[in-house]
Design a protein around this ligand. Sequence first.
Ligand SMILES: [Zn+2]
Length: 136
Amino acid sequence: MAYNVEKSDQEWREELTPNEYAVLRQAGTEPAFVGEYTDTKTKGVYNCRACGAELFTSDTKFESHCGWPSFFDPKDSDAVELIEDRSHGMVRTEVRCANCGSHLGHVFAGEGYATPTDQRYCINSISVKLVPADES
Ligand SMILES: [Zn+2]
């Protein structure tokens, strides 16, 4: 798949911190409960930390107690790309930024959370950047 933002591995390494690179470009996972946005309730929009695309809004963030920021719906359905992930002996659905292909996390369905979609987009804090809404 071709992305709007295409950069070489070298360019990504130069633009991202080593920790950001490991998650966004190598599909790593940050440890549970340590991410910057795990319990954040600030209103705003979560942008892709690699390319700046708008991915999720605080309106769809919910308390999943899973240790990572969780959303029940992307900002726009085409803001993210879903890919079957068979790594680590599991079948999961990987969530990537549709604009640059960077890894964001995974989406799980049917877990019984009281949300409109019964989906949990389990997203690494380090994959996104919160842009707080104007309080005015
Ligand atoms: Zn992106």
